[in-house]
Design a protein around this ligand. Structure first.
Ligand code: ZN
Length: 217
């Protein structure tokens, strides 16, 4: 299913995406987009913003499952730990057969590690838990659309399903900038469900940047 977004503002509802969302549970979800957004905490002009013409919805996007919101709330809690440490609030977890086997939150500043995004942290934790560098059948839940690096890590890990919250039009690799999960030349494709609690995930990021700007004045 190829979906395109006509953005009149943000938060924004995607008409195509809305079709399956309404079909699932009768509730419309919104996808929050962030322009000029940097995870690593450099100068930003962040917050809900318009990105005219940007196609935020991944090709082949799948409907949420009933438990997705529950796990996203746990990922939001993990993101809160990042914020309290002064890191951009992104949280992630890995599920295997309905239980959490890996948790992570954004930590590039504290660890001096540009790869320490929430998804990578959660994948490493899950790999240790399961004793395997491959995580077949697992689901990764993250509060922000993964970047290209994390999308690559997700594919290397053989994650079966990706669930993310807010869209990231600056670095998102699930349809916002590129869609690495719809690239036929790559040999693994996780199924993708976008926009789960997207507005709430977006507000968490906005609040973090607003507070940081206030403190810098
Ligand atoms: Zn990333």
């Amino acid at each position: 299913m190829a979906l395109s977004a006509g953005l009149a503002g943000c938060p924004v509802s995607f008409s195509g995406l809305g079709a399956y969302q309404r079909g699932l549970n009768g509730r419309a979800r919104t996808a929050v987009c962030f322009a000029n957004f940097e995870r690593a905490g450099h100068a930003v002009t962040d917050g809900p913003a318009m990105a005219a013409g940007f196609a935020a919805v991944p090709a082949g996007a799948e409907a949420p499952l009933p438990a997705d919101e529950h796990w996203m709330r746990e990922a939001i809690d993990l993101a809160r730990q990042a914020a309290s440490a002064g890191e951009v609030p992104v949280g992630a977890l890995v599920l295997s057969e309905g239980r959490v086997v890996g948790r992570g939150f954004n930590q590039p500043l504290a660890t001096h590690d540009p790869t320490a995004h929430a998804e990578v942290q959660a994948l490493r934790d899950a790999g240790r838990t399961l004793g395997n560098y491959r995580l077949p059948g697992c689901t990764l839940v993250v509060t922000l659309e993964p970047c290209a690096m994390c999308a690559g890590a997700i594919q290397h890990a053989r994650i079966a399903r990706l669930v993310f919250g807010a869209h990231d039009p600056k670095t998102g690799a699930c349809g916002s900038v590129v869609d690495l999960f719809a690239e036929p030349r790559l040999n693994h494709h996780a199924r993708v469900t976008p926009g789960v609690l997207g507005a709430e995930c977006g507000r968490q990021l906005s609040a973090f940047f607003q507070e940081r700007r206030r403190a810098a004045r």
